[in-house]
Design a protein around this ligand. Structure first.
Ligand code: SF4
Length: 321
């Protein structure tokens, strides 16, 4: 059974309607489904505005879904009582993108890491102190780090503190929101290695939100590619990267910069701008940018087509094969 399951999830926002604007609905997430197995790393990728961050917020209970369901260990969040929700919040933690913004600059690291523990119980002082020092050790920081303030650390060390805080309650799942994109390139690999180590050690499940495709390729086991609120392709990362079947995935992968001065982007590299989520194109939302668009693409939303046991994509082209 999957640890985390997302079923036909939707999040629609009402926007505008004031003196200077007309009201409308942004379908930020519009019927997304996927499942994440225990110990797995599932990556959500796509350009900004595709809905991946909104999904993360719903998983973290920071946004309420418009419809659909989020199941954790088979239990629907919407039907959990307060004790169930509290247990869920303990088991699902997060590491945000920017360790400069996510750590309170006025608190010592000891208090920052202790905060989630104290939100879920009243351990004795010695127990709390021991737990803080334990998680600092897990992330490779000395005990003395507990007495310092965030500004006394480098960016990489701050992200280690953020990871220690996420580990404080022994979670089963961590939502990683662009966990290395704000860090210096020279220390990104160290943080990724740390995340991989603790995943193996504690059998953690990761849901990672990322736009860095090189990170996704090396770090995730499965990937879901999103475009304007919908998932358009999903499957094992190695397979999707080696044999992308949706034109958007193909264009996204073709846009990845290569460290080769003679490299020129291929013809199918992504073109144009993503459409407004308030007025998305009819039919396939990718059709104004798609080099393979056909008349049917303007009018009919493509359904999912299985491309093997675990790989699928939503594109009318696949109906022709
Ligand atoms: Fe392109 Fe049509 Fe496929 Fe959409 S459905 S990706 S427009 S070929």
């Amino acid at each position: 059974m999957s640890l985390l399951e997302i079923r036909d999830l939707k999040k629609h926002f009402r926007v505008g309607g004031g003196l200077l604007s007309t009201a409308g609905t942004v379908k930020a997430v519009n019927g997304v489904s996927f499942a994440v197995g225990e110990g797995e790393t599932f990556a959500l990728v796509g350009e900004s505005g595709c809905g991946k961050t909104t999904i993360a917020k719903m998983v973290l209970m920071l946004e309420r879904p418009t419809s659909g369901a989020i199941l954790f260990d088979g239990e629907d969040l919407a039907s959990m009582g307060s004790a169930g929700v509290k247990a869920y919040r303990r088991q699902v933690q997060t590491v945000f993108q920017d360790p400069y913004a996510s750590l309170n600059p006025r608190l010592r690291v000891r208090t920052i890491i202790a905060e989630p523990i104290l939100a879920h119980g009243r351990p004795e002082r010695a127990t709390l102190r021991k737990r803080v020092e334990e998680v600092l050790d897990v992330v490779g920081l000395p005990k003395t780090a507990a007495d310092l303030f965030p500004h006394e650390f480098s960016g990489g060390q701050r992200q280690r503190v953020a990871i220690a805080r996420a580990l404080a309650l022994n979670p089963r799942c961590i939502v990683l929101d662009e966990p290395i994109s704000a860090l210096d390139v020279s220390i990104r690999a160290q943080i990724l290695n740390l995340l991989a180590d603790i995943q193996e050690r504690f059998r953690l499940t990761y849901l990672i939100i990322a736009h860095d495709l090189a990170l996704v390729e090396h770090f995730s086991t499965r990937v879901g590619v999103m475009y304007l609120g919908n998932m358009v392709e999903a499957g094992p990362t190695s397979e999707v990267f080696a044999h992308p079947r949706h034109p958007y995935t193909q264009a996204l992968l073709a846009s990845v910069p290569r460290p080769d001065p003679d490299h020129r982007p291929p013809a199918d590299a992504i073109r144009g701008e993503i459409a407004s989520a308030m007025a998305p194109p009819s039919g396939c939302k990718f059709h104004p940018r798609c080099p393979h668009a056909m008349p049917v693409c303007n009018t009919e939303f493509p359904g999912w087509r299985n491309l093997g046991a675990t790989h699928a994509a939503a594109c009318h082209l696949l109906e022709l094969t």
